[in-house]
Design a protein. Structure first.
Length: 342
């Protein structure tokens, strides 16, 4: 009897162990880079972090298959592929301005959790926040005082890309790490009249020089709009239609963004909107459909992440002129989420 009981307990233990192992395998997202690949990948020239940070540089997510995969990295703007330096921070998306940065993170395991780290110009952690969903976009005001984070969340009736997904965008006080508000709590107007719907989704914040005004995308009833926000007044105003992931130029006169021009798997093209005349023009040098929030390299060029092919997970940062006379071309290899720091 006792032997039979022990046998049943042993079998039950094996079943439970197998079930847990299977659940872990199914629930844990596949690691895109195996430990063996990390060991055997070609080395990228490595520099000291502080030496690169002392001059104008790029911050970005390091995407090369090596020991620093997914780390926050730096490269000099004048020679971005000559060398790079890696920090201890691991990031899905990155933002930096005014001496403060935001690193959006994913901790993958049986249950994947998401968070954000606010760091200083020495890449030391200042604050840590728990995120309600997977990282999407982040930006910081020019003085480093305010930040914005967009995540994908589930379990709501309206959706950003499908019926099961929606976005949540929050504004943060980066000096304290406190959340100042969710954009869905702001009062929105269109044509001078109150504008509100249950399916509002906001994303893609970009801050103006006054560190109070900002622009963002709003989606409702399957339409997208450019909105201008005021943090202190907690208001939003619709300015233009068919704008996604806006990025304000360094001179604060133009917004670069992706515009939906078709349907199917390749719907977007990059455009630039003049905020004074409200005339938009395509960025003719880039004809591919790319899903990214642009980063201005200077007043005449933009940066963005591109997969090397539709079947590849590898990414590079490209540069394109907003005017005629130049072609788009690769700017920084094995990288995404670029941030210009001057």
């Amino acid at each position: 009897m006792f032997a039979s009981t022990r046998n049943r307990l042993a079998i039950a233990t094996l079943v439970v162990a197998a079930t847990v192992g299977l659940a872990y395998t199914l629930a844990r997202p596949a690691d895109p880079v195996s430990s063996e690949a990390r060991r055997t990948a070609p080395a990228i020239p490595v520099a000291d972090v502080h030496s690169v940070a002392a001059a104008p540089h790029l911050l970005f997510r390091h995407a090369a298959i090596d020991a620093n995969y997914n780390h926050l990295a730096l490269a000099p703007i004048d020679a971005p592929n000559a060398r790079r330096a890696a920090t201890p921070l691991e990031c899905e998306r990155v933002a930096f301005a005014g001496g403060r940065g935001i690193c959006l993170q994913a901790s993958r395991g049986i249950l994947t959790t998401f968070g954000a780290v606010v760091f200083d110009d020495a890449f030391q952690r200042l604050h840590a926040l728990k995120l309600d969903g997977s990282p999407s976009r982040t930006r910081i005001s020019p003085d480093g005082r305010l930040g914005a984070i967009t995540v994908f969340v589930t379990g709501r009736e309206h959706g950003y890309s499908s019926g099961s997904f929606s976005t949540k965008t929050t504004i943060l006080d980066l000096t304290t790490g406190a959340v100042l508000g969710d954009l869905e709590q702001f009062a929105t107007t269109r044509g001078g009249q109150p504008f509100k719907a249950a399916d509002f989704n906001f994303w893609g914040v970009t801050f103006a020089d006054d560190s109070n005004s900002f622009f963002a995308s709003l989606k409702t009833a399957n339409q997208t709009y450019l909105v201008r926000g005021d943090v202190r007044a907690r208001t939003l105003m619709v300015m233009h239609d068919n704008v996604e992931c806006p990025a304000l130029s360094p001179d604060n006169r133009r917004v670069a963004y992706k515009k939906r021009v078709g349907s199917g798997l390749a719907p977007w093209r990059f455009y630039v909107l003049d905020l004074e005349t409200m005339i938009e023009r395509p960025i003719a040098a880039e004809t591919r459909s790319i899903d990214d929030q642009l980063e201005w390299l200077d007043d005449s060029h933009v940066l963005y992440g591109v997969h090397r092919s539709s079947q590849s997970a590898m990414m590079d940062v490209w540069v394109a002129p907003i005017g005629a006379g130049e072609t788009a071309h690769p700017f920084l290899a094995d990288a995404e989420s670029p941030v210009v720091v001057r």
